[in-house]
Design a protein around this ligand. Structure first.
Ligand code: TA6
Length: 284
């Protein structure tokens, strides 16, 4: 059962939507919306580390542009469901906030209901665990098949990282990994660090070791669980950004999505079976 006092003490609203604030002992904070179980803000070392569009629609229905959206049970348009699934459009239930040693944890839950079954006639229980410690944010998803039949899904943590200037950013750690460039529709192998000069949308075979984001003097380590077989890297560039109604002009210059994903092959879950995967961001 939730600890109402603890949850109430940390409850906030953002544009009228219920959120929970996690605070680590060193002053780092995270803000998590119940809508989509979406982390909207992570402040570490006095600096915002996630990008949240100032034009994001935060109405309890639409997907919120920024933070860490969860794409489930479908990534992008790789299936018949709404783009990136429906988990980011539904309100999750927060239950189980705990502070232990130097880590604060929050669990959010979503189970199938009339609305989800209208899109996807499957019984499921999903949990998002957000863990905040000094200099570190971890998000884990657990999906359980509560149905009588097997079903499959794809999933991604579509993390929007905040950067000073995308033109100066370098993403290291995917050197030698298989890459599908979704903009040019070309398959190849990544050579060296990634830099950005225009629209970028690629799916990589996940690297065995954590990646590093270099943003001027700031560095972030990005790790993902072995159960996430791919990493997606996305920046819309100026032209596509201008066509996104929930992005400001030039907003692409201040964001980079580095996504932990399991999308190239479906995860098949037998009745009663469970799958977990996550991403960990660490300030270097
Ligand atoms: O993960 C990259 C991607 O699939 C891109 O192709 C782009 O469409 C992006 O996600 C954003 O999708 P959204 O539905 O949130 O606008």
């Amino acid at each position: 059962m939730p600890d109402p006092a603890l949850l109430a003490g940390q409850a906030e609203t953002f544009h009228g939507q219920p959120c929970i604030r996690l605070s680590a002992g060193n002053g780092d904070t995270a803000l998590v919306a119940l809508h989509g179980a979406q982390v909207l803000s992570w402040v570490s070392g006095g600096r915002e580390r996630l990008y949240l569009s100032p034009d994001a629609v935060v109405d309890g229905q639409a997907a919120i542009r920024g933070g860490i959206p969860l794409c489930f049970p479908q990534f992008n348009q790789r299936g018949p469901l709404p783009k990136h699934g429906f988990a980011r459009n539904l309100t999750w239930r927060a239950e189980g906030m705990q502070a232990e040693a130097d880590t604060v944890r929050l669990a959010l839950h979503l189970a199938d209901d009339e609305r989800s079954r209208a899109w996807w006639p499957r019984a499921f229980a999903a949990r998002v665990d957000v863990a905040l410690a000094a200099g570190e944010l971890r998000v884990d998803c657990t999906v359980r098949n509560t149905d009588a039949v097997a079903w499959d899904f794809t999933l991604a943590l579509h993390s929007y990282l905040c950067v000073d200037d995308i033109a100066q950013v370098r993403l290291q750690g995917l050197d030698g990994c298989a890459r599908w460039d979704a903009v040019a529709d070309v398959h190849g192998t990544q050579q060296g660090p990634i830099t950005f000069a225009g629209e970028y949308d690629s799916v990589f075979a996940a690297a065995p070791a954590p990646m590093q984001l270099h943003d001027g003097a700031h560095r972030l380590e990005i790790a993902q669980s072995p159960s996430m077989g791919q990493t997606v890297v996305w920046n819309p560039g100026a032209a596509l950004c201008a066509r996104l109604s929930d992005m400001p002009a030039g907003g692409h210059a201040h964001m980079l999505c580095v996504e932990a994903a399991q999308i190239d092959t479906q995860v098949v879950l037998a009745p009663g079976a469970t799958w977990s995967g996550g991403q960990c961001l660490r300030v270097l």
